[in-house]
Design a protein around this ligand. Structure first.
Ligand SMILES: C[S@@+](CC[C@H](N)C(=O)[O-])C[C@H]1O[C@@H](n2cnc3c(N)ncnc32)[C@H](O)[C@@H]1O
Length: 264
C-alpha cells in the first residue's frame, strides 16, 4: 500500500504536471520491445526476494518490476539528487584508483553509473547487475544508443554466483538505502568475495548521519528501509567484514561516498 508521503501528496502531481516530458516518455516506452527484452534478460532461476517484490519504492506500485518504473527513473532522478546528478556521479569516478580491468556495478538500474564507468574505462569488462529486467532493458537501450558494450545481467547483488576473487572494482550507487540492513551486510560480504586482493569497492548513497538526524527527509519518498539504513554506519559494516582503507566522505551534505579495499 502506498504511504501518504510528501512525494505522493505534492511532488508527484507537480512532476507530472510540469517536469516530466510525457511525449518523450511515450517515445521511450514505444522504442523498446519490452516483451522481447524481458524474455531475454529474465533469468527464470532467480526468485525475487520478499524484501524486494513486496515493496513500493519511490511510491511506484510494484517497485522496479515495471516498464513505467524503468522509463520514469532517470527523468525523476535528475531532479532529486542535489546539487546535480552528473556532478555526484563524477565524484564517484574521481575516487577510483588505477585502471580496474573488470568492473561490476551492483544494482545498476538503468545504467546511469555503469555507462560512465565504461566511458571512463573503455578497455575494461563492465558488468551491470540488477534484479529488475525492466531496469536492465532500459540500461541496454541506453548503452546501444551510445555504442557502449556492457554486459547486462539479471542477478541478486547478495548472491551473484560469479567467480570469487575475479573483480577489480565494484560500485554500488543509490541501492543501500533501499535494502534491509541484513541484506546490505550480505551484499558487502558478496563484494568482498568477488574482489581480487587489492580490489576496491565504491558506494554512493544518502548521508547516513544526516538522514538519521533529519526525519522529514525520510518521508519525502516511500522508501521502506531508509530509516534502518540511516541508523547504521557503512564504515563499521565494511571494517567488520575485513575491508581496509575504509573511508566515508560527506558529499554535498545529503550524500556520502565510501571507498574501501580488500586486503592485498
Ligand atoms: C535507486 S535504484 C539505483 C540504480 C542505479 N545504481 C543508479 O545509480 O541510478 C536501485 C536499484 O537497485 C536494484 N536492486 C535492489 N535490490 C537489489 C538486489 N538485491 N540485487 C540487485 N539489484 C537490486 C533495483 O532493482 C534498482 O534498479
Amino acid at each position: 500500500m502506498t504511504k501518504d508521503t510528501l512525494w505522493d501528496r505534492f511532488l508527484k502531481p507537480f512532476f507530472n504536471a510540469f517536469l516530466l516530458d510525457k511525449e518523450q516518455l511515450q517515445q521511450t516506452q514505444r522504442a523498446i520491445d519490452w516483451d522481447v527484452e524481458i524474455q531475454e534478460l529474465r533469468d527464470p532461476s532467480i526468485n525475487y526476494p520478499q524484501y524486494y517484490k513486496n515493496q513500493n519504492f519511490h511510491g511506484i506500485s510494484g517497485g522496479y518490476l515495471s516498464s513505467t518504473a524503468a522509463i520514469t527513473y532517470d527523468p525523476i532522478t535528475q531532479y532529486v539528487l542535489p546539487p546535480n546528478e552528473a556532478l555526484l556521479r563524477q565524484a564517484l569516478l574521481d575516487r577510483i584508483v588505477g585502471y580496474p580491468k573488470k568492473i561490476i556495478d551492483l544494482g545498476c538500474g538503468t545504467g546511469s553509473g555503469t555507462l560512465l564507468l565504461k566511458r571512463r574505462f573503455p578497455d575494461s569488462q563492465v558488468i551491470g547487475i540488477d534484479l529488475s529486467p525492466y531496469m536492465l532493458a532500459m540500461a541496454r537501450y541506453r548503452a546501444k544508443q551510445k555504442n557502449l558494450i556492457i554486459d547486462w545481467r539479471q542477478g541478486i547483488a547478495e548472491n551473484t554466483t560469479l567467480a570469487s576473487g575475479s573483480v577489480n572494482l565494484i560500485t554500488v550507487s543509490l541501492v543501500f538505502h533501499e535494502l534491509p540492513t541484513q541484506i546490505i551486510k550480505s551484499v558487502l560480504a558478496e563484494a568482498f568475495r568477488l574482489l581480487v586482493p587489492g580490489g576496491q569497492i565504491l558506494i554512493f548513497d544518502g548521508n547516513q548521519e544526516l538522514i538519521s538526524r533529519t526525519s522529514w527527509l525520510t518521508s519525502i519518498f516511500e522508501e521502506p528501509y531508509i530509516r534502518e539504513y540511516a541508523q547504521g554506519n557503512l564504515d563499521a559494516w565494511l571494517s567488520s567484514l575485513g575491508f581496509v582503507e575504509v573511508k566515508t566522505e560527506d558529499l554535498w551534505l545529503v550524500h556520502q561516498i565510501s571507498r574501501a579495499v580488500k586486503p592485498a
